[in-house]
Design a protein around this ligand. Sequence first.
Ligand SMILES: O=c1ccn([C@H]2C[C@H](O)[C@@H](CO)O2)c(=O)[nH]1
Ligand SMILES: [Zn+2]
Length: 132
Amino acid sequence: MDKQALVAKAMEARDRAYVPYSQFPVGAALLTDGGTVYLGCNIENASYPLTNCAERTALFKALSEGDKQYRAIAVVADTPDAVSPCGACRQVMAELCPPDMPVILANLQGKVVETTVSALLPGAFTKEDLRG
Ligand SMILES: O=c1ccn([C@H]2C[C@H](O)[C@@H](CO)O2)c(=O)[nH]1
Ligand SMILES: [Zn+2]
């Protein structure tokens, strides 16, 4: 699956966002090594901080299905530039994805920026840091 196809999948996911408070739908599409694509959307809550972002929805779906090897993730939102994942999602990607995994960020105008998990969170706190 190429970059553009994964962005198209993220757009599909965005259509399913549950965003009664922000009205800001976000979609993500996570490609596994096995070729499966897990879609994720943001899911908000009347208790605002309980919101789950699109990226984490896709990752948690995959992990909870036993799929642990990831090849790329695409994220799309209606932003002036390619969408920028929040700190929580950067931290979760740093935990669950390879550091050099491509992260494809897009907006609705067709702007696409490719970066990596480690570039999005340099110096991430990781499981290595937990070793005394
Ligand atoms: O990369 C991002 C940035 C924001 N959001 C969501 C959280 C909230 O529902 C809404 C506004 O912050 O967008 C995501 O899902 N992913
Ligand atoms: Zn996030």
